[in-house]
Design a binder for this molecule. Structure first.
Ligand code: SAM
Ligand code: SF4
Ligand code: F3S
Length: 442
C-alpha cells in the first residue's frame, strides 16, 4: 500500500507525541505523512477533551473534511485522543462519516484496526486502557521524530482526580514506562539529532518505575553526550519531592524553568478542587528552588471562576501571580466537564469570570513583558531550532522557552549560540548573534 495520512492534533504535548508515534506506526502498513489534508487517503483527528466544545470541534472538523471531499473518494476517517475515549460509540452513531474511533491507550492496535476495516468495512472503536501493551509496541517501532527539540512520553494517566479534570477518565490510571525503555528511546532521539528532550507525562513528576524516580531518570539522561537541554512537564506540586529539587544543584542540562500548575491562589478553592496541596506548600517549593538557583523561574496553569470563587479568592490568586512572578503561563475560565465531580456545581457569573480572566492575563502578560525587557542588552544562550518562515533569519528558544529571532543561518540549526537581545515584546526576543565566545552570558 502506498497511502497518505494527515493528522490534525489538538490539546497537550502528549497528543503531539502520540501523533508522531502514530505516524511511525502506520508507516509499517504503507501510510506516509502528508501536510496537505486534501491529498490524504486517511484523515486522523487527535482530539482533546479538556475544556468545553471539544466534541463540537470534532464534528465541525469532520463537516469541513466532508465538504472538501464531496467530489473525491472519501478518506478513511479516524478519531483518536481524549474525545474518542470519552465519546466512543456515540461518535460512530452521530457521524457516519467517521470510520474508526481509537482511544489514547490503544494506539498499538491502530494498524490492525485499519487493515480490518479495509477488509470488512466494519466501523470499529478501540478504547481499552492497555498502556503496557501500547508502549511495548511503540518500543519496537522506533521513534523517528527528528526535531532539535523532541518530546518523549515517560508517564501516562492520572490517579489524582482533581474535581474539574477529565484526564483520569480519558487517559486512565497512572502508569510509568520502564526505565530502560525510556533511556533507549532518548538515546535514539539524540542519535537522530535531538539537542533538547522534553519528558512528558500528565503527572510527569509522579514517575516511578520500580523505585526509579524522575530524579534518577534526569541524571541518567544528563549523561548523554550530544544532548544539551532537558525539560519535563507537567508536574504536580504534591510530587515535587526533595530528590527532584536536589537535581537542580547538580544538573548542567536541566533548564531553569519549572512548570508547576497551581490552578488557584486560594486554599479554599484548592480544597474544593481536590488539589491536595496548599498555597504555603507551594511557596515552600518555590523557596527551595530559588535557594538553589535564584534564576529559576516558574510557570503555571490557572483555572479562573471555579464554583464558589469569590473576590477574596481571586485576589489571593492575583497576589500569588505577583509574588511568584510566573512567566509563560496558561489561564482559562473553568469549564464543566461531563463525568467529573465539578460537572454539576453552580457556576459563578460568566461576566465576573471573564473580568477576572482579563485581570489575571494582564498580570501574567506584565510579568512576561518585564522578564523579556530585563534581557534587552544582555547576551543569552539560544538553541537554534529552525529558519524563520521567510528563511532570512533563525528561530530558537531561550532557557526559559521564550522564542528568539536573530540573524543566524541554516548551519546554526541545532547549535546553542550566544545572542545579544536588542528588543523584545511579550512573546518574542529579537537579537543578534555574538561572535566573541568570551562574551558573558546572562
Ligand atoms: N496534570 C496537570 C496538573 O496537575 O496541573 C495538568 C494537566 S491538564 C491536561 C492541563 C490544564 O488544563 C490544567 O492544569 C488546568 O489548568 C486545565 N484544565 C483542566 N480541566 C479544566 C477545566 N475543567 N476547565 C478549565 N481548565 C481546565
Ligand atoms: Fe487533571 Fe489533576 Fe490529574 Fe492534573 S493532577 S491531570 S489536573 S486530575
Ligand atoms: Fe487534552 Fe487529553 Fe491532553 S484531554 S490536554 S489531550 S491529556
Amino acid at each position: 500500500m502506498n497511502q497518505k495520512i494527515f493528522i490534525k492534533t489538538f490539546g497537550c504535548q502528549m497528543n503531539e507525541y502520540d501523533s508522531n508515534r502514530i505516524y511511525d506506526a502506520v508507516k509499517k502498513i504503507g501510510y506516509h505523512k502528508t501536510e496537505n489534508y486534501e491529498d490524504a487517503n486517511c484523515y486522523l483527528l487527535n482530539t482533546c477533551h479538556i475544556r468545553d466544545k471539544a466534541k463540537e470541534k470534532v464534528y465541525h472538523e469532520i463537516g469541513r473534511v466532508k465538504k472538501k471531499f464531496r467530489s473525491k473518494q472519501k478518506p478513511l476517517v479516524i478519531i483518536a485522543g481524549c474525545v474518542a475515549q470519552a465519546e466512543n460509540q456515540e461518535m460512530l452513531k452521530r457521524e457516519p462519516y467517521i470510520d474508526l474511533v481509537i482511544g489514547p491507550q490503544s494506539y498499538h492496535k491502530i494498524n490492525d484496526t485499519i487493515l480490518n476495516h479495509i477488509k470488512d468495512k466494519k466501523k470499529i472503536e478501540e478504547i481499552e486502557f492497555d498502556t503496557i501493551s501500547k508502549f511495548e509496541y511503540l518500543k519496537k517501532i522506533k521513534n523517528d521524530t527528528r526535531g532539535i527539540s523532541s518530546y518523549l512520553t515517560i508517564q501516562e494517566g492520572c490517579d489524582k482526580f482533581c474535581h474539574f479534570c477529565v484526564v483520569p477518565y480519558t487517559r486512565g490510571p497512572e502508569y510509568s514506562r520502564p526505565f530502560k525503555q525510556i533511556l533507549d528511546e532518548a538515546k535514539h532521539l539524540v542519535n537522530n539529532g535531538a539537542k533538547e528532550i522534553i519528558l512528558l507525562g500528565q503527572n510527569v513528576n509522579a514517575y516511578n518505575y520500580e523505585g526509579f524516580k524522575l530524579s534518577k531518570l534526569l541524571l541518567e539522561i544528563e549523561k548523554f553526550s550530544g544532548l544539551d537541554r532537558i525539560r519535563y512537564t507537567t508536574s504536580h506540586p504534591k510530587d515535587m519531592t526533595e530528590d527532584l529539587i536536589e537535581v537542580y544543584k547538580f544538573s548542567k542540562k536541566l533548564m531553569p524553568l519549572v512548570h508547576l500548575p497551581v490552578q488557584s491562589g486560594s486554599n479554599k478553592i484548592l480544597k474544593l478542587m481536590n488539589r491536595k496541596h496548599t498555597i504555603s506548600e507551594y511557596y515552600k517549593i518555590f523557596d527551595k528552588f530559588k535557594k538553589i538557583n535564584p534564576n529559576i523561574e516558574f510557570s503555571s496553569d490557572f483555572i479562573i471562576g471555579y464554583p464558589e470563587e469569590n473576590d477574596q479568592d481571586f485576589a489571593e490568586t492575583l497576589n500569588l501571580v505577583k509574588n511568584v512572578g510566573f512567566i509563560n503561563s496558561f489561564s482559562f475560565v473553568f469549564s464543566p466537564r461531563p463525568g467529573t465531580v465539578a460537572a454539576d456545581l453552580e457556576l459563578i457569573d460568566k461576566k465576573i469570570s471573564m473580568e477576572r480572566l482579563e485581570l489575571i492575563q494582564n498580570q501574567l502578560f506584565n510579568n512576561q513583558t518585564k522578564m523579556n525587557k530585563s534581557l534587552e542588552n544582555k547576551t543569552i544562550n539560544v538553541l537554534v531550532e529552525n529558519l524563520t518562515d521567510d528563511k532570512t533569519q533563525v528561530f530558537g528558544r531561550s532557557e526559559y522557552m521564550t522564542s528568539v529571532i536573530f540573524n543566524g543561518k541554516k548551519e546554526d540549526i541545532g547549535k546553542i549560540l550566544p545572542v545579544r537581545i536588542i528588543k523584545s515584546n511579550r512573546s518574542t526576543l529579537f537579537g543578534e548573534v555574538i561572535n566573541n565566545s568570551n562574551q558573558k552570558v546572562a
